[in-house]
Design a protein. Structure first.
Length: 567
């Protein structure tokens, strides 16, 4: 690398840098990075900046390679990679790589226009095994890699890597080798068979065709070592990854957190903390949530649960845990007032207002014993933060993430006024849902919003920003709206990715939801997108990007200094 790491990040165009800081993971996000970098390369070429052109073209190709490695059964994506790779090779004067040469012969048998009705019916019955068998049968008849892509999704979302393994074993002889090899590694990783996964990754590293994919898997190999307690080996893999992918922001974040021991930081709560829950007819999962609370350290904590007029066994569950948990208080309402109003009711209680901090929990989360100390560690690192939130994982499929630190994607329009219904001005990036948890979100950093099922506020800040907006009743997007209001007052939410909380409202269980729920969610999203003026959204976007950039460059300088890299 001719330029230093710091200079490299400073020199790339801001509209490319912003996308990299939002995330360099997930096939959809990586394609956007590649397309943006390719556009910037064309502009750089026209201006005669040969070095930057080459840097941006290499970024384009590496982003496309990484995108394909996350969705190897998607032959349409493979063909995009081949086309982009050929263009990059022609400009930089390189021969087509062995990987691109092989992928160019894989064909285009990826057809999404197929009859999926039976497949969807099996999923409605949560019969993942039958769904996988149906996909296997359809692939055998048609050779359409769409069906392999669906099995890949099942392996992640339903935690059924065995279904993916069964498909691969049945069709290995006819599958394109690059696709098959990468998905065998995926199945081993999702099964937490790290010895087998590492063996396959080493094979990939030494394979003349697949070696180009190695940088995409280095962070995953680091994560496997981290999960097994091998911190030094984890750092070694991350260092290799950063050398190969210097513009992948989460590598810098992860290295900083490991070198500064942010990943292990736990702060003993000081002062008084109110832990607030609200519930409605979820006695079974509420009991599991309260049971997980029993296993946590709750010094100086007041626990208050609001029962939103439940008609199931909630009352008995609350009575049971009132005897087991300290400072336990129940508020029972005669009607269900919805989530934002319940949050406001709890927040306004005099005994809650006496507390220094307020944590909100959903009634369907499973908490680790150190959850509160890790949230407090977020305020230690970012004392001016508006709220601290967690990494939310699926309770059924441990490597499927439901929420991380969300970022605002803004494309500001020249017209004034609010956002038109059919052309929303902003949305939140959902890159966490595009691939398995490979440690890429195990970091702490400012963001636009955190998921409201487990987050911690300073009471003073909560009072300053004001109550949750009851126009988002009964639920959905009230927490996002509140986080946007925090940013408008100069207090960024902070994502504490070293706290992993499991959510029992699972991806599998929410695969098919009622029309009324979909309608409520869509309506509330529209309310959110039309609530803020163009001026406010511009202020939000500007504040977010300035905050993210400042935080990232501080950490990058630390990593460069600590690693004695060329800065």
């Amino acid at each position: 690398m001719q330029s230093s790491l710091l200079a490299l990040w400073n020199e790339i165009p801001p509209y490319v840098r912003i996308r990299l800081l939002v995330g360099s993971t997930g096939s959809t996000q990586l394609i956007d990075v590649a397309e943006t970098a390719l556009r910037a390369a064309s502009e750089s070429m026209e201006s005669g900046n040969a070095n930057m052109t080459k840097t941006l073209l290499h970024l384009t190709r590496s982003a496309m390679v990484d995108a394909w490695t996350e969705s190897p059964a998607n032959l349409g994506l493979a063909n995009q990679l081949v086309a982009v790779g050929a263009r990059v090779a022609a400009v930089v004067g390189e021969d087509k790589s062995p990987l691109l040469h092989v992928l160019s012969r894989c064909g285009t048998r990826y057809d999404v226009d197929v009859d999926t009705r039976y497949y969807l019916r099996t999923l409605q019955k949560n019969d993942t095994e039958k769904a996988g068998q149906y996909c296997s049968t359809q692939f055998g008849k048609s050779g359409n890699y769409f069906w392999l892509d669906k099995v890949h999704e099942l392996a992640l979302q339903d935690h059924r890597p065995d279904v993916l393994d069964a498909f691969l074993q049945q069709h290995d002889e006819v599958l394109h080798r690059p696709v098959s090899t990468l998905l065998h590694a995926e199945a081993a990783y999702l099964a937490h068979d790290y010895a087998r996964a590492e063996s396959i990754y080493r094979t990939i590293e030494n394979d003349p065709v697949l070696a180009e994919c190695t940088p995409a898997f280095l962070p995953r190999r680091a994560e496997m070592q981290y999960r097994q307690g091998h911190r030094g080996d984890c750092l070694a893999f991350l260092r290799q990854a950063l050398q190969r992918r210097p513009l992948t922001a989460h590598l810098t974040y992860r290295l900083f957190d490991l070198l500064s021991e942010t990943d292990t930081a736990i702060t003993v709560p000081s002062g008084r903390t109110a832990v607030l829950l609200y519930t409605y007819n979820k006695a079974e999962v509420l009991e599991k949530t309260l049971e997980s609370l029993c296993g946590t350290d709750l010094p100086g904590v007041r626990l208050v649960v609001l029962d939103n007029a439940s008609t199931d066994g909630t009352k008995d569950v609350l009575a049971k845990y009132a005897a087991l948990l300290p400072s336990f208080q129940v508020v029972t309402l005669p009607v269900n007032i919805g989530a934002p109003a319940a949050r406001n009711w709890l927040m306004a209680l005099p005994e809650v207002q006496e507390c220094d901090h307020i944590a909100y929990l959903d009634d369907d989360v499973l908490l680790p014993s150190d959850w509160l100390g890790r949230l407090y560690a977020g305020f230690d690192r970012y004392p001016e933060a508006g709220v601290i939130g967690a990494r939310i994982a699926d309770a059924v499929s441990p490597d499927a993430l439901q929420a991380v630190g969300f970022h605002l994607l803004a494309s500001l329009y020249p017209a004034s006024g609010n956002i038109p219904l059919d052309d929303p001005l902003f949305d939140l990036a959902a890159i966490h849902s595009q691939s398995a948890d490979s440690g890429q979100f195990r970091l702490m950093s400012p963001c636009t919003s955190v998921m409201g099922c487990c987050h911690l506020f300073k009471t003073e800040t909560l009072n300053t920003v004001g109550p949750f907006d009851i126009r988002f009743n009964p639920t959905q997007f009230d927490d996002v709206d509140h986080d946007l209001r925090l940013s408008l007052q100069g207090r960024s939410p902070v994502y504490q990715g070293h706290l992993r909380v499991e959510h029992m409202s699972t991806l599998q269980g929410n695969r098919f939801v009622s029309g009324s729920k979909l309608g409520n969610s869509a309506a509330n999203k529209h309310k959110l997108q039309t609530k803020y003026s163009l001026k406010e959204l511009t202020q939000l976007a500007t504040f977010q990007y300035e905050t993210i950039e400042s935080d990232f460059f501080e950490k990058l300088r630390h990593v460069v200094a600590a690693e004695c890299m060329d800065g």
